[in-house]
Structure formats: C-alpha cells, structure tokens
Design a protein around this ligand. Structure first.
Ligand SMILES: Nc1ncnc2c1ncn2[C@@H]1O[C@H](COP(=O)(O)OP(=O)(O)OP(=O)(O)O)[C@@H](O)[C@H]1O
Ligand SMILES: [Mg+2]
Length: 368
C-alpha cells in the first residue's frame, strides 16, 4: 500500500481560487476523511490526487514518488464515485470484472479475483443479477468491488453513501470500516457529513473555502478545535457560541463576563487578548447540565425534544438565539420556562476575534 503527500496544492478555475496552499501527509494504511461544507473544494482535491484534475501549482507524491504529471492509471489509485457508474446491461460479475477484462487478465485469475471481492462484499449470491435488480447498498458494493479487483495502492471515495437512505448509510458505514480493516489499504474519503467523518476516519482533514482548517484525529478535532469553524462543524448537535466581554487577561487566563454567572476565569493562553474587547465562548450542548440551585446561565426554553435516551432543549441565552442543551432522557422541562444551565469552565472553548481558538493552559497538577 502507500503514503500520499500533498505539497502546497493551489487550484484556480479561471479567476477563482478553489484550493489554497494545501499540504498534508497521509500515512500508509490510514483512513483519511476530507470533510467540509458544499463547494469548499473536497472533490477538486480528490480529483487532483486521482489525476483527473491538474493542480495549478504544487506537488503530489504517492509512496514517495512524484506523480503530479502522471496519468491516472499510472498512479495506482482507484476512485469510487457517488453515482455508482455501473454498466446496466452487464451482470454484477461482469461489472466487477470489467477493469480486469480491459487489462486482459487470464480467465482463471480473473475469476479468482472477482470471487474474492464478491466474498469480501457479500455479493456472492448476486453475481448473475443486473444492477437494476439490486438495492442501492448492493449497487454501491458492486462499485467498490470493481475498485478492489484492481488492487490499487490507494482507494479514493467521493461521497459514496450519499444516495442511500439513513439506515442503509449507517450499515454501509460499518461495512466500509470493516473493508478498510480487511484490505489494510490507504483510503481517502470525501463527505460533507461530519458523523461519517468522525466514525470512519483515523484522521480528518477539515476544509473551509479551499483552506485546510485542521488535520487531526476525530478526538483532537472534538476536544481541541483550532478554529471556531472546526468547533462548529465537528460535533452533533453543534457547539453553542456566546459573545461576551473580556474583563481582564493575565498569565492565569482570561476573565470573561458570562450571563448571570458574572465573572469567570478561563485558563487559556491570553498573550494576545485586548482587554475590554469581546471574545467568543464555545460550549458543547452535551457539556451543559441542569442547575439544581439558583446559579447558572438562564435559558428561556422554546422547544423540548424527548428522544428517549436524551432530551434536547432549545432556547435563548441572553440575546443569543438557538442555544441547545443536551440533557439526560428523564429531564422534565416545559416549553416557555426558564432553566438555569451549569457548565464546567474547563470544558468551555474560547475564540478570539479572528476565530482562532485560544490554547488551554496546562494547569499544574497541584492546582487541579
Ligand atoms: N470545472 C470547474 N470549473 C469551474 N469551477 C469549478 C469546477 N469544478 C469545481 N468548481 C468550483 O470549485 C469549487 C469547489 O468545488 P468542489 O466540487 O471541489 O466542491 P465540494 O467540496 O466537493 O462540494 P460538494 O460537497 O457540493 O460536492 C466550487 O465553487 C465549484 O463551483
Ligand atoms: Mg463534491
């Protein structure tokens, strides 16, 4: 299998720049997911890796070899698209065998390869069917089968599950994770669905407007987002943001004024904060709990959703609308009430006016 390195990739379409100085190193056998909102450049970046699109400037290495001007076939990659692109008049067997027929592989070896792929993807009893007789999930597995038999160094997937319904998407997600384990292959997977990214990836690349915002493990992105964009994009339901005045800053952190709670010291590295300005505090819905005293942030409740295992409470805090708190399933809260929310200061995130996260200070063990 293979490593993939992107070095300062820039891409312009006419006068608009869609990729801006993207550099990253993908390790052998890693499952890396490119995630970001629609139009941020995910497909373009994947097509550049595949050789279907040329970077305006920058270099690509696969397994340490410069391939920027190599033909797609010479790169040892295989791409699975959102639309399955199967041949409707061919059987499942022939669809999977197609690239091997093109490569004129001898019959016995070809049959062996197709049968092995069909077994991995649990398609053995569908080999004589035509694509029209298959479910969406089975069609997607045939498309994956066709890429497996080519034994590529790197698999590329562009939103392969987005045509499937929610239940099937969940199932196929598990299948893909198993496939990655059994093939031991380097995989790059594009999606705009952060849940898919979190569950499948060894590491995630978050892209916004053609720029790489952060490259890290799912837990790094969740616990230590580097920007407000990453903080808001990763996590479901989304992080809440609250604009608050900064009262002072020093070597212990920043002191902010939180609604009703008042002064709160947050232990972040505060070298660059201008006192008197505003900062933004980020709080994940799951980090709130219901206060059983009079203390806490008051939330004017608008909608309560009982999901069984959890309760989602939506409302406004100070003049910030659409706040969300994720509370235990047996929480009793009524619409139009005011509840007090507590949150451990250690789980609050702070962002400066550029949208960059302020790094948390390591607190010496004796003060914890
Ligand atoms: N051939 C092209 N010519 C001109 N502009 C293009 C071309 N292909 C893509 N773009 C533009 O480049 C930007 C990035 O497109 P891209 O398809 O990479 O986005 P994406 O992140 O994959 O979005 P989605 O999640 O909707 O698939 C978009 O603004 C798009 O309009
Ligand atoms: Mg796309």
């Amino acid at each position: 299998m293979a490593t993939v390195s992107l070095k300062s990739i820039n891409k312009w379409f006419d006068t608009s720049q869609v990729l801006n100085d993207i550099s990253l190193d993908i390790e052998d056998k890693e499952f890396v997911v490119f995630v970001g909102p629609s139009g941020c450049g995910k497909t373009t970046l994947l097509r550049i890796v595949a050789g279907l699109e040329e970077a305006t400037t920058g270099e690509i290495e696969i397994d340490g070899i410069e391939v920027s001007s190599a033909h797609p076939i010479e790169r040892g990659i295989s791409m699975v698209f959102q639309s399955y692109a199967l041949y409707p008049h061919l059987t499942v067997f022939e669809n999977i065998a197609f690239p091997l027929r093109v490569a004129k592989m001898p019959k016995t070896e070809l049959e062996e390869q197709v049968m092995r792929a069909a077994e991995t993807l649990q398609l053995t009893d569908r080999l004589q069917h035509k694509p029209g007789q298959l479910s969406g999930g089975q069609r997607q597995r045939v498309a994956i089968g066709r890429s497996i038999v080519r034994q590529p160094k790197v698999f590329l997937f562009d939103e392969p599950l987005s045509n499937l319904d929610a239940a099937l998407r969940g199932e196929m997600r598990v299948e893909l994770a198993k496939l990655h384990k059994s093939l031991d292959a380097t995989m790059i997977y594009v999606t705009h669905d952060q849940v898919e990214a979190m569950t499948l990836a060894d590491r995630i690349v978050v892209i916004s407007e053609g720029r790489l915002e952060q490259f890290g493990t799912p837990m790094e992105l969740y616990h230590r987002p580097k920007t407000k964009f990453v903080a808001g994009f990763i996590g479901n339901p989304k992080m809440n943001f609250l604009k608050v005045p900064c009262l002072s800053s020093n070597s212990s952190g920043v002191t902010l004024k939180l609604p009703d709670i008042g002064e709160q010291l947050l232990p972040v590295e505060a070298d660059t904060v201008e006192e008197g300005g505003n900062l933004e505090v980020g709080i994940r819905p799951e980090d709130f709990s219901l206060s059983d005293t009079d203390k806490g942030m008051p939330m004017k409740v608008e909608v309560v959703e009982h999901l069984g295992g959890s309760t989602m409470v939506y409302g406004s805090v100070a003049d910030h609308l659409n706040f969300c708190a994720l509370l235990p399933g047996d929480t009793e809260v009524s619409d139009d009430s005011v509840v007090k929310l507590e949150v451990n200061p250690a789980s609050m995130h702070v962002f400066n006016s550029n949208g960059d996260a302020m790094r948390r200070r390591e607190i010496p063990a004796m003060h914890r």
